[in-house]
Design a protein around this ligand. Structure first.
Ligand SMILES: [Zn+2]
Length: 272
């Protein structure tokens, strides 16, 4: 069994692990975009209309996103964590579901949508509080229909977007951004190097529910492979790292993790 040889294991997760929580995913099994490409960081910061569009869609997207709860895969990983069968979790997800399930070892590579940062004074505040302020400033938006999209985004008719009132930092009136790494932006160097240390000190990198199409996650597979550390992949569909994978399980994360947990706990039950 893949986790039973002893030594630290680092897990890298992506959107596939949260799909069962009802959160939409970006790509199909062939790695193609299902939804329109997400907002780019530089455009968000330089263009008023882009921010208005982002926050209007986010206002609706948050209503579905904030209700998502951890699923069996998040809980199974926490069981493996408590039994010390995995040592670090690096997630590319911004939904906080590993942490909601009780994980104490998760690093949110791309930040968290539950927080908002002011680009002027650096104040970090709660996304839920911002939702309340957005509702107060846009009371007529409460009844509009929308369709949820990945990462707290939503599809809303364009004619609504231009009427949406965005809000600014309550401390300094600066521009607010979700506290995440947008596409087109870089993960903070310190965070990358902490994750890289974990990966390179592991005896295995286990990737779950990720196509690894984004370089910020793929780089860990590449580095593990170059260091001779086995890369094991559980993903339903193609991934960017398929050619450097030691073992590929082409299946949904939930079923594989459930089997893995049952097998491992039969061998060494501590917490279940
Ligand atoms: Zn501010």
């Amino acid at each position: 069994m893949i986790l039973q040889n002893g030594g630290p294991v680092t897990v890298l997760t992506g959107a596939g692990i949260s799909a069962m929580s009802g959160l939409p995913i970006y790509r199909d099994a062939a790695g193609n975009w299902i939804h329109k490409q997400p907002v780019q960081g530089p455009k968000f910061r330089s263009c008023d209309a882009t921010r208005q569009r982002y926050w209007c869609r986010s206002y609706f997207g948050w209503q579905a996103f904030s209700k998502a709860r951890p699923n069996s895969s998040h809980h199974d990983l926490v069981t493996l964590e408590r039994n010390k069968l995995i040592n670090h979790v690096i997630t590319q997800n911004v939904d906080g579901l590993h942490q909601s399930a009780g994980s104490k070892i998760t690093i949110a590579l791309h930040g968290s949508l539950s927080e908002v940062i002011c680009l002027s004074c650096g104040d970090v505040s709660s996304r839920s509080d911002l939702q309340t302020r957005l509702t107060v400033n846009n009371p007529e938006f409460l009844k509009i229909d929308f369709k949820a999209a990945p990462d707290g985004d939503a599809i809303v008719d364009d004619h609504h977007i231009e009427k949406f009132n965005i809000v600014d930092c309550s401390k300094c009136r600066g521009v607010l951004q979700p506290h995440v790494v947008f596409y087109g932006d870089n993960v903070p160097k310190q965070r990358v190097s902490l994750c890289m240390d974990h990966v390179l000190n592991s005896r295995m990198l286990l990737c779950i529910g990720t196509s690894l199409m984004v370089f910020s996650g793929y780089r860990f597979c590449k580095a593990a492979n170059e260091a001779g550390i086995p890369v094991v992949m559980i993903n339903n569909g193609v991934t960017r790292a398929d050619d450097i994978t030691t073992l590929k399980i082409n299946d949904q994360a939930a079923g594989v993790l459930a089997q893995l947990k049952t097998h491992l706990l039969r061998a060494s039950p501590v917490y279940s």
